[in-house]
Design a protein around this ligand. Structure first.
Ligand code: NAD
Ligand code: NAD
Lengths: 207, 207
C-alpha cells in the first residue's frame, strides 16, 4: 500500500498536472513538479514509482501519461456519493464548493434538524430532516458521511450514519468519535490547526 | 520544544478539560482523558509531562491545575490578531465561527476584491478592498493572515500579507505558497483530506 504522506502528495501532483494539461504543457521534469508542489525532486521521483512511472533522464515525464496513471491508482474516476449532515455555515460552504468533484465526490443528500432549514432547496437537493437519515441513506448508494453539526450532536449523527451502512466519516466537529472497527474516520480539526500555527508564530516572534 | 503530534493533542486535551470544567468535574484520570481524546492512557501521561504535570496514582489530575498549566504553555491567553482575505463561502464560515476565540484568535480585518463585497459590514468589521492590505495591516497588530481566495490569487495575496509584516499564513487555497525564510505557512487542503478518506474507503470496501 502507499504510505500516507506519499498518498497526499500524489493527490497534490494530480492537481498540478491538471493545471499543466489545461495550459497545454505536455512534458514536465521532476524538478519542476517538485518546485510547484514544494517537494524536492528526489521525493517526486520516489513517489511516482508508486504509480509505476519512471521519467526519461533529461526529458522528464509525459503529463498525459502521469494523469492517466494517477487517475487509475487514486481511483479518481470513481464516484463517491456522500451525505452531508448539518447545513450551517461550514456545511453550506462545503456543499457549494465545486473543487470536490475533481476527486469524484458528489454530495447527494443533505440533512439538518432546524425546522427553518428542513424542506429548503439548496442547488439540486432538498434538505431532509435528520430523523429520515437511516431511511434515506440505507436505500441509497451513499458511502461517506460529512459531519458539520455542533460538537454535542456529532456522536449521535455518526451513529445514525453507521446504522445506515456508511463506512467513512469526514468529521469537522471538535470531538473524537467512537466508531466500531471497519469504519474510517478523518477528523478535520480546524481550530487545532490554527492553534498550532499561532503557537509556532509566538515561539518564533522577536522577543 | 514540544513535538507536533503531542502539541496537537495538548490542544485537544485543553478542549476536553474545558468541557469538564463546565460540567463541574474537578478530577480526571489519564484513562478517562485518553478515552475522550481517542488516545491511550500512557500517551496522555507522556504528553502531560511537557506541561510538567504528574497525576497522583489512583486519584488522577486536577482539572483546574491542568487548565492553568495548558493555558500557560500553549499561550492561550495570548491574543493573536488576524486578517482574513477572501470573504467568500469558506471565508464567511471561518469569520463567523465563535470556536476560534477559545484559542485566542481574533479576526480584526477583512479584505476582498469583489466590488459587491467591498464596503459591506460583516459583524463589527467593514470589508476593505485588497489594494488597502499593506496600508491597513502594516499599521495594525495583525500577525496572522488567513487566505481563503481562489487558487490563482493566493500567491499575490500571500506576498501582500508578508510585505505588510505578517509572519504566519493559514492557507486554504490548493496551491503551494512560496514564502521567504521566517514565514510560517500552515496549509489546510480540504480536498486532499477528502480524497485520502475516499481512497481508504475504496480499498477497504467489500470486493
Ligand atoms: N465555521 C467554521 O469555520 C468551523 C471551523 C472549525 C470547526 N467547525 C465545526 O464545524 C461544525 C459546524 O460548524 P458551523 O460553524 O457550520 O455551525 P452552524 O451552527 O452554523 O451549523 C450547524 C448546523 O447543524 C445543524 N444541526 C444541529 N444539530 C443537528 C443534528 N442533531 N442533526 C442534524 N443537524 C443538526 C444546525 O441546525 C445547523 O444548521 C461545528 O462542530 C464546529 O465546531 C466550524
Ligand atoms: N468552500 C469550501 O468548502 C472549500 C473547500 C476546500 C478548499 N477551498 C478553497 O478555499 C478558497 C476559497 O473558496 P470559497 O469556496 O470560499 O471560494 P469563493 O469564490 O466563495 O470565495 C473567494 C473570495 O475571494 C475573493 N477574491 C478573489 N480574488 C481575490 C483577491 N485577489 N484578493 C482578495 N479577495 C479575492 C472573491 O471575491 C471571493 O469573495 C479557494 O481557494 C478554494 O479552493 C474551499
Amino acid at each position: 500500500t502507499i504510505p500516507k504522506p506519499s498518498l497526499e502528495r500524489l493527490f497534490l501532483y494530480y492537481r498540478i498536472l491538471e493545471a499543466c494539461r489545461e495550459g497545454r504543457k505536455e512534458v514536465i521534469s521532476s524538478e519542476e513538479l517538485g518546485r510547484r508542489a514544494g517537494v524536492d525532486a528526489a521525493q517526486v521521483r520516489k513517489d511516482l514509482t508508486y504509480i509505476s512511472q519512471c521519467g526519461r533522464p533529461g526529458i522528464g515525464y509525459q503529463v498525459g501519461e502521469l494523469l492517466v496513471a494517477l487517475e487509475a491508482v487514486l481511483g479518481l474516476k470513481r464516484q463517491t456519493h456522500a451525505a452531508l449532515v448539518g447545513v450551517g455555515r461550514l456545511g453550506t460552504a462545503i456543499h457549494n464548493y465545486p473543487g470536490f468533484t475533481h476527486f469524484g465526490l458528489r454530495i447527494t443528500a443533505l440533512f439538518d434538524i432546524d425546522p427553518a432549514r428542513v424542506g429548503q432547496r439548496v442547488g439540486e437537493h432538498e434538505i431532509y430532516h435528520i430523523d429520515r437519515l437511516v431511511e434515506i441513506v440505507s436505500a441509497s448508494t451513499i458511502q461517506l458521511g460529512i459531519i458539520t453539526v455542533p460538537a454535542h450532536a456529532a456522536q449521535a449523527v455518526a451513529n445514525g450514519l453507521i446504522a445506515a451502512g456508511v463506512r467513512g466519516l469526514w468529521n469537522f466537529a471538535p470531538v473524537t468519535l467512537r466508531v466500531p472497527p471497519g469504519v474510517i474516520v478523518r477528523n478535520e480539526d480546524l481550530a487545532v490547526g490554527l492553534a498550532t500555527l499561532s503557537w509556532h508564530l509566538a515561539r518564533s516572534a522577536k522577543p
